[in-house]
Design a binder for this molecule. Structure first.
Ligand SMILES: Cc1ncc(C[n+]2csc(CCOP(=O)(O)OP(=O)(O)O)c2C)c(N)n1
Ligand SMILES: [Mg+2]
Length: 756
């Protein structure tokens, strides 16, 4: 037995809270009536389908109780991030004890009637989900898909100097790649301008059906590992409640004292170097205080002999001491600043608009420009104008994606080693960390942009799913205010991976995101620099979306003036009359394009057609907002059939040059009148390290092939234009031969410009 650390009254308050929360957790998992056990428990009181997770819950409840003691004592501004989010009933129990749950859901009142609803609704049809889902007050992290707790915690702490984010990490969760990378978070956290994260590694020994790695390796190894990541781990271990209460209270005081000391020092001396932040390692049994304690059988719903066993278990928490005769909980330790009501956990409430510089001042004249370089100048001024609420995240690719102008006004955060710096850019190679930090930052009411290579953003596909699900659910929760959209600027895209090759060529992230709910996703393919500016400006003003923007970084034609670009982006799709030859009449063929490189090839094809087949009426259509292609019933940006038919015609051939995998265009348009005449060229998984024009030829997306497609499809041309078709074939061969002899594309390609 260790020495007593807590005063008797505090020990009792903590233990009461813990027992109350455990009681309410068990009640939610098993009961649908008789919440205060007024009658002997019978089968009729027990849910027919027992769903949920008990094993992690007593540990979460213990931590919540102890953190409340610390919050009361220190008046902390604290958030709770639950890594093992399957412990939903535990967190719901604590928020109900704090009264927050009933404030938001008045029918689940803080009394016996409310307790009955609280129990019944959990994991019940028409009720609430089993995890720490968006419905749960104080949560920014559902924890359904494990691995993202610590990165969310770090993102939340950024630019919130007053905030302490307590983050419980499951020992199973800690085996995931994303969580393993998250320990690095302390390198990207400024002790001066950011808040603190208190990681709590919950070593309950097990995941679902197996022991965990970190619970089984020698204790000294674990301590060395965490020390090596830059933390000072404070261990608390045991299975005797009183002992653990004393030790945990002491450990938390130690950690919170140290956090305060670290911040005082850093903020008074402006020393931004990485301190050795404290963290807690909590080693207590899985399913502590319940059947199957300390075994894998405690993970979900422990199997019981019958109602009597359940009743005995629930009574072991001494409910008569916990609730009065009306079922009102008799707990102290409700802080003035409750974790369940922390405003940062409902970030939209704190969200302030960005100050956005007028894009007019950044536009480029028609000619040639690198779209992302131009965007970088605007982002530089966005960063300068919003020092406390906008961040750029990149897996080491901000410079590579030509956004380097931002470093004229800010720097990268890096607190370790000799060359320390601080600023509004986070560059860490893990795409998971970029995504997770940004999610944490957005969910707590700020704004940001993630720039990545197009191919590798796939690494976070699954995280995108989870964020999209979160957004979808929050739309229907009135008290959850809208948050800033998650914006992707994907560059170094499939067509221009010049230094790299096949491994770096994959435009499929777009396909992935369009699976998500239409009200959440937006995909933009700006064809040039000015349209990219207009698109970014739009996206940074939007709320509750995933905006995916794909844009090139290489010098490329800028087709539209700033004014034209704005109008084009507002429409999302448009006929480029200046590029076509249909002049107000019905076209013979529609050349459509989406994406910068396909737009270039399409215009070059239109140029060839105009020269060689002057009587052919060609219409050129450019798509910036991909969702315009869908019907309005499928997507809010969808275009009515009448408009679609007017642009794409009801019966003429359409040759569509698309940035990504061609099937997506078919998927988006399959219900349209003229779908049978739609022929899409795009990336068909042919790639290597070669010249830009060889890349488009490899995938039959080049101008010559587009002309051949027109000849093959437009009635009457195949015979008449057979000679031109042959010239196009030869042009392809010449271009290929040129690359093989000289290592570069022929001048007729590289020096082509519109109507030159
Ligand atoms: C990424 C991911 N893989 C697998 C699962 C399935 N799963 C749910 S709970 C769990 C075990 C979690 O163990 P741990 O993090 O130690 O939590 P605790 O022991 O506190 O329940 C697993 C594997 C998941 N939710 N997420
Ligand atoms: Mg575990």
């Amino acid at each position: 037995m260790t020495e007593a650390y807590l005063e008797v009254k505090d020990l009792s308050a903590i233990d009461t809270w813990w027992r109350a929360a455990n009681y309410l957790t068990v009640g939610q998992i098993y009961l649908m009536s008789n919440p205060l056990l007024r009658e002997p428990l019978g089968p009729e009181h027990i849910k027919p389908r027992l769903l949920g997770h008990w094993g992690t819950s007593p540990g979460l409840n213990l931590l919540w109780a102890h953190l409340n003691r610390a919050i009361v004592a220190r008046d902390l501004n604290m958030m709770f991030v639950t890594g093992p989010g399957h412990g939903g009933p535990a967190i719901v129990a604590n928020t109900w004890l704090e009264g927050r749950y009933s404030e938001l859901y008045p029918s689940v009142s803080r009394d016996e009637a409310g307790m009955a609803r609280l129990f019944r609704q959990f994991s019940f049809p028409g009720g609430i989900p089993s995890h720490v889902a968006p419905e749960v007050p104080g949560s920014i992290h559902e924890g359904g898909e494990l691995g993202y707790s610590l990165m969310h915690a770090y993102g939340a702490a950024m630019d919130n100097p007053d905030l302490v984010v307590a983050c419980v990490i499951g020992d199973g969760e800690a085996e995931t790649g994303p969580l393993a990378a998250s320990w690095f978070g302390n390198v990207f956290l400024s002790p001066i301008t950011d808040g603190a994260v208190l990681p709590i590694l919950h070593l309950n020994g097990y995941k679902i059906a197996n022991p965990t790695v970190l619970a089984r390796i020698p204790d000294a190894d674990l301590m060395s590992l965490l020390y090596g990541y830059g933390y000072r781990p404070i261990e608390v271990a045991g299975d005797d409640p009183a002992t653990v209460h004393h030790e945990l209270a002491k450990a938390l005081d130690d950690a919170l004292d140290e956090i305060a000391t670290i911040q005082r020092h850093a903020r008074s001396t402006y020393d931004g170097s990485r301190p050795r932040w404290p963290m807690i390692v909590l080693r207590t049994p899985k399913g502590w205080t319940g059947p199957g304690e300390g075994t894998v059988h405690a993970h979900q719903v422990p199997k019981l002999e019958g109602p009597q066993q359940l009743e005995a278990w629930m009574r072991s928490y001494r409910p008569r001491e916990l609730f009065d005769e009306h079922g009102v909980p008799q707990v102290d330790l409700i802080p003035a600043r409750r974790m369940s009501a922390n405003p940062h956990a409902n970030g939209g409430e704190l969200l302030r608009d960005l100050v956005l510089p007028d894009i007019e001042g950044f536009g480029v004249p028609k000619g040639e420009a690198s779209a992302t370089t131009v965007a970088g100048r605007w982002l530089r001024d966005v960063i300068a104008a919003n020092p406390d609420r906008f961040r750029l995240f990149a897996p080491d690719e901000a410079e590579s994606n030509r956004l380097g102008a931002v470093f004229e006004v800010t720097d990268r955060v890096f607190t370790a080693g000799a060359e320390k710096s601080t600023g509004q850019v986070i560059e860490v190679l893990s795409e998971h960390l970029c995504q997770g930090f940004l999610e944490g930052y957005l969910l707590t009411g700020r704004h940001g942009l993630l720039t990545s290579y197009e191919a590798f953003i796939h690494i976070v596909d699954s995280m995108v799913n989870q964020h999209a699900k979160w957004l979808k659910v929050t739309r229907d929760i009135p008290w959850r205010r809208p948050i800033a959209s998650l914006n992707y600027l994907l560059s170094s895209h499939v067509w221009r991976q010049d230094h790299n090759g096949f491994s770096h060529q994959d435009p499929g992230f777009i396909d992935h995101v369009v699976n998500k709910k239409a009200e959440i996703v937006r995909v933009y393919l700006p064809p040039d620099a000015n349209t990219l500016l207009s698109t970014l400006d739009h996206c940074l003003r939007s709320r509750n979306y995933l905006n995916v923007i794909v844009a090139g970084k290489q010098p490329a034609p800028s087709w539209l003036t700033m004014q034209e670009a704005k109008l084009h982006c507002r429409r999302g799709i448009g006929i480029w009359e200046w590029a076509g030859s249909d002049e107000g009449s019905e076209p013979d063929v529609v050349l459509a394009c989406a994406g910068d490189v396909p737009t270039l090839e399409t215009l070059a094809a239109a140029d060839l057609l105009r020269r060689h087949l002057p009587e052919l009426k060609v219409r050129v259509v450019n798509v910036v907002d991909l969702m315009r292609l869908q019907p309005p019933s499928e997507h809010p940006h969808g275009m009515p059939d009448t408009q679609f038919d007017a642009i794409f015609t009801r019966d003429r051939q359409i040759v569509f040059a698309y940035h990504g995998y061609p099937w997506l265009i078919h998927r988006l348009t399959y219900r349209r009148t003229n779908h049978a005449n739609l022929h899409v060229r795009g990336y068909k998984e042919e790639g290597t390290t070669t010249t830009p024009f060889d890349m488009v030829m490899l995938n039959d997306l080049d101008r010559f092939h587009l002309v051949m497609d027109v000849i093959d499809r437009v009635p009457g041309l195949s015979v008449k234009a057979a000679g031109l078709r042959q010239q196009m074939q030869d042009a392809r061969q010449r271009a290929r031969d040129h690359t093989r002899t000289t290592g570069e594309d022929p001048p007729e390609i590289t020096q082509w410009s519109w109507m030159s």
